[in-house]
Design a protein around this ligand. Structure first.
Ligand code: ZN
Length: 413
């Protein structure tokens, strides 16, 4: 049996609490232990407490002295587009010059350019690229990510992306939770209804049969998939045993939040345009909102979702990066914490809860990760600061000192 004793964290931010997503005031309760420590055995947390208690109980253990640094559960990023070919540097520069999304698409940019690059890439090329992204996430202190397909838009290319995720899960310490997002855009050579039929009759059954995804997602938005088309895809996915998350109300308030509530989805993501009725519907159906301030920031918009109203309404808010090449090219959860506090007026404690334990529940993994409690996986990150609030306060600098996944050191600075 391999044991590791963690000692002398200035703050061991445990997030210990009820075994469910946190709401209201609970979002501010981080379960901090000063001069905290943990005993880890075989990749799992055995005891959590004050350093002197842990030290007494860890005679045979390897000692890891944190020297007064902060330790937290590894971040759980519940919304990313991890696997893609190429980048969108041309779009980035054109947008900086003031061009609109329509102008970018006309110039050969936009999501379609990423679809072409992803289709052209072999499985090996995509894997190599995705490994680099996985390394970035780990360096930012994230140990679990949800990852979506959606840059293939054909049977073979969607399966290729999902297989790359499977491979990545085996070959890197980052845990990947796969989501099928075949309905990310309508391919150029099909009508929306033809493509919806292809997704429902051909792609979804293969994804389910080969167990390549745990969740199904749809981009429900004007110009992509309307509420009725989205409902058809989600209903088919649910019948095949997939759980649901949706890109909704990002650019227009199209009733997407209400749709996710009607379907009993696990999460509704984006929600920049969701109003009081949408918030009430999510609350009534216990759907977790996943907020993505990185995409609002990177697109140069100021239309952030109404995080405060959602918290006051009792929703179990989640924060995620939306890591993707077009609208949110960041793997950094600390950057998202900064945006949550400065732009959405969440407190640092609320933001950390939303990026750990609440995110873990939104991925059906609340019993295994997201907090530092006995029995859970020893996934944790150590940062070069004394107070957890510094994570959201200093921005544009990495404070990561070390990252552990299942008790193994995977990043050390
Ligand atoms: Zn997204």
């Amino acid at each position: 049996m391999k044991s590791l004793a963690l000692l002398h964290a200035s703050q061991l931010v445990t997030l210990a609490g009820p075994k469910r997503p946190r709401v209201g005031k609970e979002l501010s309760e981080l379960g901090i232990i000063r001069d905290g420590g943990m005993l880890i055995r075989d990749g799992k947390i055995d005891i959590v407490g004050k350093s002197d208690e842990i030290e007494k109980k860890s005679k045979d253990a390897e000692i890891l002295d944190l020297g007064g640094r902060v330790a937290l559960p590894g971040f759980v990023d519940a919304h990313t587009h991890l696997v893609f070919g190429g980048n969108r540097l041309e779009d980035f520069e054109r947008r900086a010059r003031g061009e609109t999304y329509e102008q970018l698409a006309k110039a050969g940019g936009g999501i379609w350019s990423t679809v072409e690059r992803t289709r052209a890439a072999s499985e090996d090329e995509l894997l190599k690229r995705a490994k680099k992204h996985a390394e970035w996430f780990l360096k930012c202190g994230t140990t679990t990510v949800e990852a979506k397909s959606g840059y293939g838009l054909t049977l073979d290319d969607e399966l290729k992306i999902l297989r790359v995720m499977q491979q990545l899960n085996r070959e890197t310490p980052l845990e990947i939770v796969p989501t099928f997002l075949g309905a990310h855009a309508v391919p150029r050579d099909a009508s929306p209804d033809e493509y919806v039929d292809l997704v429902i009759n051909k792609i979804l059954p293969r994804v389910a049969k080969e167990k390549l995804a745990e969740f199904c997602d749809v981009f429900c938005e004007r110009g992509y998939f309307d509420v009725e088309q989205s409902r058809k895809i989600f209903t088919a996915a649910r019948k095949l045993g997939l759980k649901l998350r949706g890109h909704v109300d990002q650019l227009t308030n199209s009733g997407g939040a209400k749709l996710m509530a009607d379907l009993g989805a696990t999460t509704a993501d984006h929600l920049e345009k969701t109003d009081e009725q949408g918030i009430a519907a999510l609350k009534a159906a216990n759907v977790q909102p996943v907020l993505l301030p990185g995409s609002v920031y990177a697109l140069g918009s100021t239309s952030y979702p109404r995080a405060r109203e959602m918290i006051e309404a009792g929703l179990a808010v989640v924060l995620a990066t939306d890591f993707n090449p077009g609208s949110s090219p960041t793997p950094s959860m600390p950057m998202i914490l900064s945006l949550a506090c400065t732009q959405m007026k969440m407190s640092p404690a609320e933001a950390i809860t939303a990026a750990t334990i609440n995110a873990a529940y939104s991925l059906n993994r609340g019993d295994k990760i997201g907090s530092l409690e006995p029995g859970k996986l020893a996934n944790f990150s150590v940062f070069d600061c004394e107070d957890y609030r510094e994570l959201a306060y200093w921005f544009g600098i990495s404070q990561t000192h070390a990252v552990y996944a299942r008790g193994e050191n995977v990043v050390r600075f």
